[in-house]
Write a protein that binds this ligand. Structure first.
Ligand code: PLP
Length: 391
């Protein structure tokens, strides 16, 4: 820091220049975040100084958080769920496993079984907590393979994890069957719906289909991660962690001697009330019909894109379940680099099978996907002709 400050004009000129070097979302097909809804942004600024880490001082925001948890609970079929607004899916997953562990202090070397498709936040869980995270392989449709989950369970297993909307393929694990296993074996079942939580309830599906059941409607589900800062269109950092029973939230409490309250269950101390307000604002403003429209918009673009990609000779790894597509292309890493270098597109790579991962968030338009496909065809064709020259 310099001895003397700079003027506001200079400062914001500087910041503007720096922001100009960040990527705009329009050409981003790799992120699960997007522009927040305008009401979320406004509410965020309105509540910018409120600190949920000291709720005795911010009683209004604290009440608002309870309302958000109730709305999220209703969305997930449990209006009495307990929980709090976290910083995102990582914190929610860490805390869910911490709650399991605290409920089962009787187990000396606990393990938790997650699908191999689980987000890397579970590797952080293992690192922080020392709990063994056992990874179950998937079936050919990239859902966790249930016989392998059952095989991994032993007397030290304290919980299972299912993913409702995997990060790489958007697949939904068979949560109904995992719930049955959890009940049968007396295990905790955490569902990571960080992405899918604001998608699955708004997908069009036939009412007879239980394939997408994932929430507290299933009696074995103990806790759920759901991220408002992904498809919920809230501001970053807005995550959600919900427990069916209050006691699982209470498992996380530590004594807080010098605050306006005597205990705290969150992982972070100081915590953004702005995230609470922005999530409240966008959920109240959009309502279910608003989210349905947004999700259906993304799904229409996804379906259209996949059919056009097929016509161009690219198959998806699985038929998309939600607004995530992984395309089979030759040399995905090279294709990714060329798409960025030559056309400015940002896509990512799904690991297994290695493929081009594309997330169709609300900032993505039909026109942009059409352009993207044209650019993808050019890149892959050029790679083919380069190979011809090299041979
Ligand atoms: C399924 C899933 N869980 C957890 C996370 C982690 O969320 P965050 O980055 O908000 O911590 C992600 C992020 O992509 C995710 O896709």
């Amino acid at each position: 820091m310099n001895e003397n400050g700079i003027s506001r004009e200079k400062l914001f000129h500087l910041l503007n220049n720096i922001k100009g070097t960040d990527t705009k979302y329009e050409k981003v097909l790799s992120s699960m975040c997007t522009y927040p809804h305008e009401v979320a942004l406004k509410a965020h600024i309105q509540f910018i100084e409120s600190n949920m880490g000291d709720p005795g001082l911010f009683t209004g925001t604290c009440e608002l958080e309870q309302k958000v948890i109730q709305m999220l609970g209703e969305l997930l079929h449990c209006s009495t769920a307990s929980g709090y607004i976290t910083t995102g899916g990582t914190e929610s997953n860490i805390q869910a496993v911490r709650s399991m562990r605290n409920a089962r202090r009787d187990v000396k070397d606990p393990n938790v079984i997650v699908p191999v498709s689980a987000h890397f936040s579970f590797d952080k869980v293992a690192d922080i907590s020392g709990i063994e995270i056992r990874k179950a392989q998937l079936d050919p449709t990239l859902k966790v393979y249930l016989p392998l989950v059952e095989e991994l369970i032993d007397e030290n297993t304290i919980g299972l994890v299912g993913i409702a909307g995997t990060t790489e393929f958007g697949q939904i694990d068979p949560i109904r069957q995992l719930s049955d296993i959890a009940i049968k074996k007396g295990l905790f079942l955490h569902v990571d719906a960080a992405f899918g939580g604001f998608v699955i309830p708004f997908l069009q599906r036939s009412y007879s289909s239980h394939a997408f059941d994932f929430d507290f409607e299933l009696k074995g589900v103990t806790s759920i991660t759901i991220d408002p800062h992904k498809m919920g269109l809230s501001t970053i950092p807005s995550g959600g962690l919900l427990f069916r029973e209050r006691e699982y939230l209470d498992n996380l409490r530590v004594h807080t001697p010098y605050l306006t309250i005597s205990s705290q269950y969150s992982l972070t101390g100081t915590r953004s009330g702005a995230a609470v307000a922005s999530t409240y604002a966008v959920m109240k403003h959009l309502g279910r019909s608003g989210y349905r429209e947004i999700v259906q918009g993304c799904m229409n673009i996804t379906t259209e894109f996949v059919s056009r990609a097929r016509m161009a000779g690219f198959e998806p790894v699985i038929e998309p379940v939600m607004n995530i597509v992984s395309l089979i292309v030759p040399e995905p890493q090279r294709v990714r680099e060329l798409l960025r270098e030559e056309f400015g597109w940002h896509v990512s790579i799904a690991r297994n099978p290695k493929s081009l991962r594309i997330v169709i968030m609300p900032h993505v338009t039909h026109e942009n996907m059409e352009l993207f496909l044209q650019d993808l065809v050019v890149v892959v064709d050029n790679m083919g002709s380069m190979e011809d020259v090299e041979m």
